[in-house]
Design a protein around this ligand. Structure first.
Ligand SMILES: Nc1ncnc2c1ncn2[C@@H]1O[C@H](COP(=O)(O)OP(=O)(O)OP(=O)(O)O)[C@@H](O)[C@H]1O
Ligand SMILES: [Mg+2]
Length: 392
Protein backbone atom coordinates (compact mmCIF):
# COMPACT_ATOMS: atom_id res chain seq x y z
CA UNK A 1 0.00 0.00 0.00
CA UNK A 2 1.36 3.42 -0.89
CA UNK A 3 2.12 5.74 2.04
CA UNK A 4 -0.58 8.21 3.03
CA UNK A 5 0.53 11.81 2.45
CA UNK A 6 -0.91 14.10 5.10
CA UNK A 7 -0.51 17.86 5.03
CA UNK A 8 -0.71 19.31 8.52
CA UNK A 9 -1.28 23.07 8.71
CA UNK A 10 -0.64 23.99 12.32
CA UNK A 11 1.40 26.86 13.76
CA UNK A 12 1.47 25.55 17.31
CA UNK A 13 4.63 23.45 17.75
CA UNK A 14 3.29 21.39 20.62
CA UNK A 15 0.00 20.50 18.91
CA UNK A 16 1.81 19.60 15.71
CA UNK A 17 4.30 17.44 17.57
CA UNK A 18 1.58 15.65 19.52
CA UNK A 19 -0.48 14.87 16.42
CA UNK A 20 2.60 13.56 14.63
CA UNK A 21 3.30 11.30 17.62
CA UNK A 22 -0.22 9.94 17.53
CA UNK A 23 -0.08 9.23 13.82
CA UNK A 24 3.29 7.51 14.07
CA UNK A 25 1.57 4.53 15.68
CA UNK A 26 -0.53 3.97 12.55
CA UNK A 27 -0.26 0.61 10.81
CA UNK A 28 -0.26 2.28 7.43
CA UNK A 29 2.88 4.16 6.47
CA UNK A 30 2.20 7.89 6.89
CA UNK A 31 4.21 10.85 5.61
CA UNK A 32 3.43 14.13 7.30
CA UNK A 33 4.33 17.43 5.69
CA UNK A 34 3.80 20.19 8.21
CA UNK A 35 3.32 23.86 7.34
CA UNK A 36 2.80 26.62 9.87
CA UNK A 37 0.92 29.15 7.74
CA UNK A 38 -2.10 29.09 5.45
CA UNK A 39 -0.12 30.37 2.50
CA UNK A 40 2.56 27.67 2.82
CA UNK A 41 -0.23 25.09 3.21
CA UNK A 42 -1.96 26.17 -0.02
CA UNK A 43 1.35 26.08 -1.83
CA UNK A 44 1.95 22.49 -0.68
CA UNK A 45 -1.58 21.43 -1.65
CA UNK A 46 -1.05 22.64 -5.18
CA UNK A 47 2.42 21.15 -5.51
CA UNK A 48 1.68 18.08 -7.67
CA UNK A 49 4.91 16.32 -6.54
CA UNK A 50 3.67 16.22 -2.96
CA UNK A 51 0.56 14.27 -3.93
CA UNK A 52 -1.35 15.20 -0.77
CA UNK A 53 -4.10 12.71 0.19
CA UNK A 54 -5.65 14.60 3.08
CA UNK A 55 -5.27 17.97 4.82
CA UNK A 56 -5.53 18.46 8.58
CA UNK A 57 -5.72 22.11 9.47
CA UNK A 58 -5.98 24.31 12.48
CA UNK A 59 -8.45 27.16 11.91
CA UNK A 60 -6.46 29.69 13.86
CA UNK A 61 -3.34 30.49 11.85
CA UNK A 62 -1.06 33.54 11.83
CA UNK A 63 -2.64 35.18 8.78
CA UNK A 64 -6.18 33.87 8.99
CA UNK A 65 -8.67 32.95 11.70
CA UNK A 66 -11.84 30.89 12.00
CA UNK A 67 -14.06 29.94 9.07
CA UNK A 68 -12.16 32.30 6.79
CA UNK A 69 -9.21 29.87 7.02
CA UNK A 70 -11.36 26.97 5.89
CA UNK A 71 -13.00 28.99 3.11
CA UNK A 72 -9.67 30.14 1.66
CA UNK A 73 -8.30 26.63 1.90
CA UNK A 74 -11.31 25.11 0.16
CA UNK A 75 -11.24 27.70 -2.61
CA UNK A 76 -7.61 26.93 -3.29
CA UNK A 77 -7.76 23.13 -3.13
CA UNK A 78 -8.75 20.53 -5.69
CA UNK A 79 -12.39 19.53 -5.29
CA UNK A 80 -11.62 15.94 -4.32
CA UNK A 81 -9.15 16.73 -1.52
CA UNK A 82 -10.55 15.90 1.95
CA UNK A 83 -10.01 18.55 4.63
CA UNK A 84 -10.13 17.74 8.34
CA UNK A 85 -10.41 20.47 10.96
CA UNK A 86 -8.17 20.40 14.02
CA UNK A 87 -9.86 22.27 16.83
CA UNK A 88 -9.93 22.88 20.57
CA UNK A 89 -12.84 21.85 22.79
CA UNK A 90 -14.05 25.44 23.07
CA UNK A 91 -14.10 25.84 19.25
CA UNK A 92 -16.24 22.80 18.54
CA UNK A 93 -19.07 24.92 17.15
CA UNK A 94 -16.72 26.57 14.69
CA UNK A 95 -15.53 23.16 13.53
CA UNK A 96 -19.12 22.02 13.06
CA UNK A 97 -19.76 25.09 10.92
CA UNK A 98 -16.75 24.20 8.80
CA UNK A 99 -18.14 20.67 8.38
CA UNK A 100 -21.46 22.12 7.23
CA UNK A 101 -19.50 24.15 4.66
CA UNK A 102 -17.79 21.07 3.24
CA UNK A 103 -15.01 19.97 5.63
CA UNK A 104 -14.98 16.18 5.97
CA UNK A 105 -14.69 15.96 9.76
CA UNK A 106 -13.03 17.53 12.80
CA UNK A 107 -10.55 16.29 15.40
CA UNK A 108 -10.53 17.75 18.90
CA UNK A 109 -7.01 18.52 20.07
CA UNK A 110 -7.82 18.12 23.75
CA UNK A 111 -8.55 14.41 23.59
CA UNK A 112 -6.46 13.08 20.75
CA UNK A 113 -6.69 9.36 20.56
CA UNK A 114 -4.77 7.39 17.89
CA UNK A 115 -7.74 5.22 17.04
CA UNK A 116 -10.18 8.11 16.61
CA UNK A 117 -7.73 10.21 14.59
CA UNK A 118 -6.89 7.37 12.22
CA UNK A 119 -10.53 6.43 11.76
CA UNK A 120 -11.45 10.03 11.15
CA UNK A 121 -8.76 10.29 8.46
CA UNK A 122 -9.76 7.14 6.63
CA UNK A 123 -13.49 7.95 6.84
CA UNK A 124 -12.88 11.43 5.46
CA UNK A 125 -10.93 10.02 2.53
CA UNK A 126 -13.57 7.44 1.63
CA UNK A 127 -16.44 9.89 2.17
CA UNK A 128 -14.85 12.47 -0.13
CA UNK A 129 -14.21 9.77 -2.73
CA UNK A 130 -17.89 8.77 -2.50
CA UNK A 131 -19.00 12.40 -2.85
CA UNK A 132 -16.77 12.91 -5.87
CA UNK A 133 -18.13 9.78 -7.54
CA UNK A 134 -21.71 10.89 -6.91
CA UNK A 135 -20.88 14.37 -8.21
CA UNK A 136 -19.23 12.88 -11.32
CA UNK A 137 -22.23 10.64 -11.95
CA UNK A 138 -24.56 13.59 -11.47
CA UNK A 139 -22.61 15.59 -14.04
CA UNK A 140 -22.63 12.66 -16.47
CA UNK A 141 -26.39 12.28 -16.09
CA UNK A 142 -26.91 16.02 -16.60
CA UNK A 143 -24.74 15.97 -19.71
CA UNK A 144 -26.55 12.93 -21.12
CA UNK A 145 -29.90 14.64 -20.42
CA UNK A 146 -28.78 17.80 -22.19
CA UNK A 147 -27.60 15.76 -25.17
CA UNK A 148 -30.94 14.00 -25.27
CA UNK A 149 -32.79 17.31 -25.17
CA UNK A 150 -30.65 18.68 -28.01
CA UNK A 151 -31.28 15.60 -30.11
CA UNK A 152 -34.98 15.80 -29.42
CA UNK A 153 -35.05 19.43 -30.53
CA UNK A 154 -33.12 18.60 -33.63
CA UNK A 155 -35.59 15.84 -34.37
CA UNK A 156 -38.52 18.23 -33.97
CA UNK A 157 -36.83 20.69 -36.31
CA UNK A 158 -35.96 18.04 -38.89
CA UNK A 159 -39.56 16.87 -38.75
CA UNK A 160 -40.77 20.48 -39.14
CA UNK A 161 -38.41 21.16 -42.04
CA UNK A 162 -39.42 17.97 -43.74
CA UNK A 163 -43.15 18.75 -43.52
CA UNK A 164 -42.53 22.32 -44.69
CA UNK A 165 -40.43 20.86 -47.51
CA UNK A 166 -43.22 18.54 -48.60
CA UNK A 167 -45.74 21.36 -48.48
CA UNK A 168 -43.50 23.74 -50.43
CA UNK A 169 -42.77 21.04 -53.01
CA UNK A 170 -46.52 20.50 -53.46
CA UNK A 171 -47.28 24.20 -53.91
CA UNK A 172 -44.31 24.76 -56.22
CA UNK A 173 -45.40 21.84 -58.34
CA UNK A 174 -48.95 23.18 -58.56
CA UNK A 175 -47.66 26.62 -59.60
CA UNK A 176 -45.38 25.26 -62.27
CA UNK A 177 -48.08 24.25 -64.76
CA UNK A 178 -50.17 27.48 -64.73
CA UNK A 179 -47.00 29.52 -65.10
CA UNK A 180 -45.90 27.51 -68.09
CA UNK A 181 -49.41 28.24 -69.46
CA UNK A 182 -48.98 32.00 -68.85
CA UNK A 183 -45.64 32.09 -70.59
CA UNK A 184 -47.06 30.25 -73.61
CA UNK A 185 -49.96 32.71 -73.86
CA UNK A 186 -47.63 35.70 -73.47
CA UNK A 187 -45.33 34.41 -76.17
CA UNK A 188 -48.30 33.70 -78.44
CA UNK A 189 -49.50 37.31 -78.05
CA UNK A 190 -46.00 38.65 -78.63
CA UNK A 191 -45.92 36.94 -82.02
CA UNK A 192 -48.91 38.98 -83.14
CA UNK A 193 -47.41 42.38 -82.27
CA UNK A 194 -44.64 44.33 -83.90
CA UNK A 195 -41.43 44.38 -81.82
CA UNK A 196 -41.45 48.17 -81.60
CA UNK A 197 -45.07 48.37 -80.45
CA UNK A 198 -46.07 49.36 -76.93
CA UNK A 199 -48.01 46.09 -76.50
CA UNK A 200 -44.92 44.06 -77.35
CA UNK A 201 -42.93 46.01 -74.72
CA UNK A 202 -45.50 45.20 -72.00
CA UNK A 203 -45.69 41.57 -73.04
CA UNK A 204 -41.89 41.36 -72.88
CA UNK A 205 -42.03 42.65 -69.29
CA UNK A 206 -44.71 40.06 -68.47
CA UNK A 207 -42.55 37.34 -70.03
CA UNK A 208 -39.52 38.37 -67.95
CA UNK A 209 -41.53 38.51 -64.72
CA UNK A 210 -43.07 35.09 -65.40
CA UNK A 211 -39.66 33.64 -66.15
CA UNK A 212 -38.48 34.92 -62.83
CA UNK A 213 -41.41 33.21 -61.11
CA UNK A 214 -40.60 29.97 -62.93
CA UNK A 215 -37.01 30.30 -61.71
CA UNK A 216 -38.15 30.75 -58.10
CA UNK A 217 -40.48 27.76 -58.31
CA UNK A 218 -37.70 25.65 -59.79
CA UNK A 219 -35.49 26.69 -56.90
CA UNK A 220 -38.13 25.82 -54.35
CA UNK A 221 -38.50 22.40 -55.92
CA UNK A 222 -34.74 21.80 -55.67
CA UNK A 223 -34.76 23.11 -52.14
CA UNK A 224 -37.55 20.89 -50.97
CA UNK A 225 -36.18 17.85 -52.74
CA UNK A 226 -35.50 15.08 -50.23
CA UNK A 227 -32.16 13.34 -50.15
CA UNK A 228 -31.14 9.80 -49.34
CA UNK A 229 -30.05 9.01 -45.80
CA UNK A 230 -26.40 9.44 -46.68
CA UNK A 231 -27.05 12.05 -49.37
CA UNK A 232 -23.49 13.31 -49.79
CA UNK A 233 -23.11 14.50 -53.36
CA UNK A 234 -20.40 16.38 -55.16
CA UNK A 235 -21.47 20.02 -55.25
CA UNK A 236 -20.32 23.43 -56.27
CA UNK A 237 -20.75 25.56 -53.16
CA UNK A 238 -21.30 28.75 -55.10
CA UNK A 239 -24.23 27.17 -56.97
CA UNK A 240 -25.82 26.23 -53.66
CA UNK A 241 -25.27 29.75 -52.35
CA UNK A 242 -26.76 31.38 -55.45
CA UNK A 243 -29.88 29.21 -55.21
CA UNK A 244 -30.39 30.43 -51.64
CA UNK A 245 -29.75 34.07 -52.58
CA UNK A 246 -32.32 33.76 -55.34
CA UNK A 247 -34.87 32.48 -52.85
CA UNK A 248 -34.20 35.50 -50.68
CA UNK A 249 -34.20 37.93 -53.55
CA UNK A 250 -37.34 39.66 -52.40
CA UNK A 251 -36.08 40.49 -48.90
CA UNK A 252 -32.65 41.44 -50.20
CA UNK A 253 -34.06 43.88 -52.75
CA UNK A 254 -36.85 45.31 -50.64
CA UNK A 255 -34.39 46.12 -47.84
CA UNK A 256 -31.91 47.56 -50.34
CA UNK A 257 -29.10 45.22 -49.34
CA UNK A 258 -25.95 45.33 -51.41
CA UNK A 259 -24.35 41.90 -51.87
CA UNK A 260 -20.60 41.80 -52.38
CA UNK A 261 -19.15 38.48 -53.57
CA UNK A 262 -15.46 37.76 -53.01
CA UNK A 263 -15.44 34.41 -54.72
CA UNK A 264 -12.37 33.12 -56.56
CA UNK A 265 -12.85 31.82 -60.07
CA UNK A 266 -12.03 28.28 -59.09
CA UNK A 267 -13.34 26.63 -55.98
CA UNK A 268 -13.22 22.82 -56.00
CA UNK A 269 -16.44 20.90 -55.76
CA UNK A 270 -16.82 19.12 -52.44
CA UNK A 271 -18.95 16.35 -51.02
CA UNK A 272 -21.83 17.71 -48.98
CA UNK A 273 -25.47 17.08 -48.18
CA UNK A 274 -26.62 19.86 -50.47
CA UNK A 275 -29.99 20.59 -48.84
CA UNK A 276 -28.37 20.80 -45.46
CA UNK A 277 -25.71 23.22 -46.68
CA UNK A 278 -28.40 25.32 -48.35
CA UNK A 279 -30.25 25.36 -45.05
CA UNK A 280 -27.10 26.66 -43.33
CA UNK A 281 -26.67 29.43 -45.95
CA UNK A 282 -30.36 30.28 -45.61
CA UNK A 283 -30.22 30.52 -41.79
CA UNK A 284 -27.03 32.58 -41.73
CA UNK A 285 -28.14 34.97 -44.47
CA UNK A 286 -31.56 35.35 -42.84
CA UNK A 287 -29.88 36.23 -39.54
CA UNK A 288 -27.77 38.83 -41.35
CA UNK A 289 -30.75 40.32 -43.17
CA UNK A 290 -32.73 40.46 -39.91
CA UNK A 291 -29.83 42.22 -38.18
CA UNK A 292 -29.64 44.94 -40.85
CA UNK A 293 -33.29 46.02 -40.66
CA UNK A 294 -32.39 49.24 -38.86
CA UNK A 295 -28.93 49.78 -40.38
CA UNK A 296 -28.10 52.77 -42.53
CA UNK A 297 -25.57 51.00 -44.71
CA UNK A 298 -26.73 47.49 -45.60
CA UNK A 299 -24.02 45.28 -46.96
CA UNK A 300 -23.69 41.52 -47.10
CA UNK A 301 -20.18 40.37 -47.98
CA UNK A 302 -19.76 36.74 -48.97
CA UNK A 303 -16.22 35.45 -49.22
CA UNK A 304 -14.98 32.02 -50.30
CA UNK A 305 -11.39 31.12 -49.56
CA UNK A 306 -9.41 27.98 -50.13
CA UNK A 307 -7.08 27.44 -47.17
CA UNK A 308 -4.97 24.30 -47.05
CA UNK A 309 -7.34 21.34 -47.10
CA UNK A 310 -10.38 23.45 -46.25
CA UNK A 311 -12.81 25.83 -47.83
CA UNK A 312 -13.75 28.83 -45.74
CA UNK A 313 -17.00 30.65 -46.37
CA UNK A 314 -17.61 33.92 -44.54
CA UNK A 315 -20.87 35.80 -44.46
CA UNK A 316 -20.45 39.32 -43.10
CA UNK A 317 -23.13 41.88 -42.42
CA UNK A 318 -23.24 45.51 -41.39
CA UNK A 319 -26.04 44.87 -38.92
CA UNK A 320 -26.50 45.59 -35.23
CA UNK A 321 -24.02 42.91 -34.05
CA UNK A 322 -24.42 40.64 -31.03
CA UNK A 323 -24.05 42.03 -27.48
CA UNK A 324 -20.84 40.48 -26.07
CA UNK A 325 -22.70 39.04 -23.05
CA UNK A 326 -24.97 37.03 -25.37
CA UNK A 327 -22.35 35.70 -27.72
CA UNK A 328 -21.95 32.44 -25.74
CA UNK A 329 -25.66 31.75 -25.87
CA UNK A 330 -26.45 32.12 -29.55
CA UNK A 331 -25.85 28.46 -30.35
CA UNK A 332 -28.20 27.30 -27.58
CA UNK A 333 -31.40 25.80 -28.96
CA UNK A 334 -34.33 28.19 -28.54
CA UNK A 335 -32.11 31.17 -27.75
CA UNK A 336 -33.47 34.12 -29.71
CA UNK A 337 -33.57 37.87 -29.27
CA UNK A 338 -36.26 38.16 -31.91
CA UNK A 339 -39.90 38.84 -31.08
CA UNK A 340 -42.17 35.86 -30.43
CA UNK A 341 -43.34 34.47 -33.73
CA UNK A 342 -40.34 35.80 -35.63
CA UNK A 343 -37.49 33.60 -34.41
CA UNK A 344 -37.55 30.10 -32.97
CA UNK A 345 -33.92 30.33 -31.87
CA UNK A 346 -33.14 27.02 -33.56
CA UNK A 347 -31.37 28.38 -36.64
CA UNK A 348 -27.82 28.42 -35.35
CA UNK A 349 -28.00 25.22 -33.35
CA UNK A 350 -29.15 23.42 -36.48
CA UNK A 351 -26.42 25.06 -38.57
CA UNK A 352 -23.87 23.95 -35.99
CA UNK A 353 -25.06 20.35 -36.11
CA UNK A 354 -25.09 20.31 -39.89
CA UNK A 355 -21.56 21.70 -40.15
CA UNK A 356 -20.29 19.25 -37.53
CA UNK A 357 -21.94 16.46 -39.50
CA UNK A 358 -19.74 17.59 -42.40
CA UNK A 359 -16.63 17.45 -40.15
CA UNK A 360 -16.44 21.23 -40.36
CA UNK A 361 -16.63 24.18 -37.99
CA UNK A 362 -19.00 27.10 -37.63
CA UNK A 363 -18.05 30.22 -35.71
CA UNK A 364 -19.78 33.55 -35.25
CA UNK A 365 -18.19 36.73 -33.98
CA UNK A 366 -18.66 40.48 -34.02
CA UNK A 367 -16.69 42.47 -36.56
CA UNK A 368 -14.49 45.18 -35.04
CA UNK A 369 -16.23 47.81 -37.18
CA UNK A 370 -19.78 46.63 -36.42
CA UNK A 371 -21.91 43.78 -37.69
CA UNK A 372 -21.29 40.07 -37.52
CA UNK A 373 -19.13 37.61 -39.38
CA UNK A 374 -20.30 34.00 -39.64
CA UNK A 375 -17.57 31.65 -40.74
CA UNK A 376 -17.98 28.12 -42.04
CA UNK A 377 -14.97 25.89 -42.53
CA UNK A 378 -15.59 22.75 -44.55
CA UNK A 379 -12.96 20.13 -45.33
CA UNK A 380 -12.28 20.10 -49.05
CA UNK A 381 -12.07 16.31 -48.75
CA UNK A 382 -14.97 15.28 -46.60
CA UNK A 383 -13.87 12.68 -44.05
CA UNK A 384 -17.38 11.37 -43.82
CA UNK A 385 -17.31 10.35 -47.43
CA UNK A 386 -15.43 7.22 -48.31
CA UNK A 387 -14.85 8.11 -51.90
CA UNK A 388 -12.19 10.74 -51.38
CA UNK A 389 -11.88 12.98 -54.33
CA UNK A 390 -8.55 14.48 -55.23
CA UNK A 391 -8.90 18.24 -55.43
CA UNK A 392 -6.50 20.45 -57.27
N1 LIG B 1 -25.80 38.13 -38.00
C1 LIG B 1 -26.32 38.36 -36.79
N2 LIG B 1 -26.40 39.63 -36.30
C2 LIG B 1 -26.90 39.89 -35.07
N3 LIG B 1 -27.37 38.93 -34.23
C3 LIG B 1 -27.33 37.64 -34.65
C4 LIG B 1 -26.80 37.29 -35.94
N4 LIG B 1 -26.86 35.95 -36.06
C5 LIG B 1 -27.42 35.49 -34.92
N5 LIG B 1 -27.70 36.50 -34.07
C6 LIG B 1 -28.29 36.40 -32.72
O1 LIG B 1 -28.36 35.03 -32.37
C7 LIG B 1 -29.68 34.64 -32.00
C8 LIG B 1 -29.89 33.21 -32.35
O2 LIG B 1 -29.88 33.03 -33.77
P1 LIG B 1 -30.67 31.79 -34.39
O3 LIG B 1 -30.49 31.84 -35.85
O4 LIG B 1 -30.25 30.54 -33.66
O5 LIG B 1 -32.15 32.07 -33.96
P2 LIG B 1 -33.17 33.17 -34.52
O6 LIG B 1 -32.63 33.79 -35.76
O7 LIG B 1 -33.49 34.08 -33.39
O8 LIG B 1 -34.44 32.28 -34.84
P3 LIG B 1 -34.61 31.24 -36.07
O9 LIG B 1 -33.32 31.19 -36.82
O10 LIG B 1 -34.89 29.93 -35.41
O11 LIG B 1 -35.74 31.76 -36.83
C9 LIG B 1 -30.55 35.64 -32.75
O12 LIG B 1 -31.82 35.78 -32.13
C10 LIG B 1 -29.72 36.93 -32.67
O13 LIG B 1 -29.88 37.54 -31.41
MG1 LIG C 1 -31.90 32.56 -37.35
Amino acid sequence: MKPLNILLIEDNEADAFYLKEILSSSEREIKIDRKNSLEAGIEAINDKDKNIDVVITDLSLPESKGLETFKTLMENSPEDLPILILTGLNDKELALNAVSMGAQDYIIKDNLNPDIVQKSISYSISRKKGNSTIQKQKEEIEEAYKKLQDQQMQLIQTEKMSSIGTMVAGIAHELNNPMMGIINCVQFCMDSHAQDSREYEYLKLAEEATNRCIGIVKNLLTFAHKEHEDGFTEENLQNLLEQVIMLMDYRINSQGINIVRNIPEYIPNIYVRSNNIKQVFLNLITNSIDSMEESGEKELIITFERCEENIKISIEDSGEGIPEELINKIFDPFFSTKPVGKGTGLGLSICNNIIRDHSGELSIRNRPDGGVISEIILPARSKSFEKIKEVV
